[in-house]
Design a protein around this ligand. Structure first.
Ligand code: KIV
Length: 247
C-alpha cells in the first residue's frame, strides 16, 4: 500500500503490509492537485522521512517525482541520493520504458535499488491523453513486454505494472525474474499495491475501477488493512471486476 505519513505507515507496517510506497500520488491525495506533476523532491523527502520513522519491517519504496530524473542520469543520481539520504528510502521508483534504461543502470551501478513502472505512468498523463488503460492493443502490449525485459536487464529490482490488461501482466510476470507489483493489472502479478486513500474510500473523487473500498465491512482502519493483506495473499483480490481486458 501507499503511505505518506507516520501514523498510517506505522499502522500498515504492524498490519503486515510488506512494502510501503511513498508515491507521488501524494500530490493528488495529500495536496489536492489534479495530477502528480507538481510534486517536488523536497516534498517527497519530507513525506518519506515521516513514513520511515514509523516503519520497522516493510520495504520503503519512494517515487522519484516528475523532472527529478528525466534530465540526465547524473541528475537522477542526485535526486535519488537525496531521497535515500534525507528521506530514508530503500528503493527509488521511476516511470518509463526503454528510454529510462540507461538511467536505471546508472543508479543501480552506484548502489541504488530501482523499481521501474510501466503501463499507465501518471507523470505522462498529458501524453497519454488521460488516466487510461495501457497495452490493450497488440503493438502497445508488445512494447510494454519489451520495455519490461530491458528494464530488468538494466538492473531494476522490481516492476510496477499499472492499469494494463490482466493477460498482459501475466505474460510480463512470467517473462521476468524480478517481481511485478500490479495496480489494476490483475491477479497474476507477484504482488499488489493500491493507493491507501482509495482502499479506505476516503479520496473525495471517484476511485479507479481497479480499487476496492476495504472500509465497507470493517470496523477500523486496522481491520480494513488486514483484510486487504489477507485478500491479496489469498488471491481473492483483485478479482475480474477490478481487472482489464485487451481491446
Ligand atoms: O504514486 C503512486 O502512489 C504509485 C503507486 C500506487 C504505484 O505510483
Amino acid at each position: 500500500l501507499t503511505a505518506y505519513d507516520n501514523s498510517f505507515a506505522s499502522l500498515l507496517d504492524t498490519a503486515g503490509v510488506d512494502m510501503i510506497m511513498v508515491g507521488d500520488s501524494l500530490g493528488m491525495v495529500m495536496q489536492g492537485h489534479d495530477s502528480t506533476l507538481p510534486v517536488s523532491v523536497a516534498e517527497m523527502v519530507y513525506h518519506c522521512r515521516c513514513v520511515a520513522r514509523g516503519v520497522q519491517r516493510a520495504l520503503i519504496v519512494v517515487d522519484m517525482p516528475f523532472m527529478s530524473y528525466q534530465q540526465s542520469p547524473a541528475h537522477a543520481l542526485a535526486s535519488a541520493g537525496r531521497l535515500m539520504q534525507k528521506g530514508s528510502a530503500q528503493v527509488v521508483k521511476l516511470e518509463g520504458g526503454e528510454p529510462m534504461a540507461e538511467t536505471v543502470r546508472f543508479l543501480v551501478e552506484r548502489g541504488i535499488p530501482v523499481c521501474a513502472h510501466l503501463g499507465l505512468t501518471p507523470q505522462s498523463v498529458h501524453q497519454l491523453g488521460g488516466y487510461r488503460v495501457q497495452g490493450r492493443e497488440a503493438a502497445t502490449a508488445e512494447r510494454i513486454r519489451h520495455d519490461a525485459k530491458v528494464l530488468q536487464q538494466a538492473g531494476a529490482s522490481l516492476l510496477v505494472l499499472e492499469a494494463v490488461p490482466s493477460a498482459l501482466a501475466k505474460v510480463v510476470t512470467s517473462d521476468l525474474e524480478i517481481p511485478t507489483i500490479g495496480i489494476g493489472a490483475g491477479k497474476d502479478c507477484d504482488g499488489q499495491v493500491l493507493v491507501l486513500q482509495d482502499m479506505l474510500g476516503i479520496y473525495p473523487r471517484p476511485s479507479p475501477k481497479f480499487s476496492r473500498n476495504f472500509m465497507e465491512n470493517a470496523a477500523s482502519v486496522d481491520t480494513a488493512v488486514r483484510a486487504y493483506v489477507a485478500a491479496v495473499k489469498s488471491g481473492e483480490f483483485p478479482g475480474p471486476e477490478h481487472s482489464f481486458q485487451p481491446a
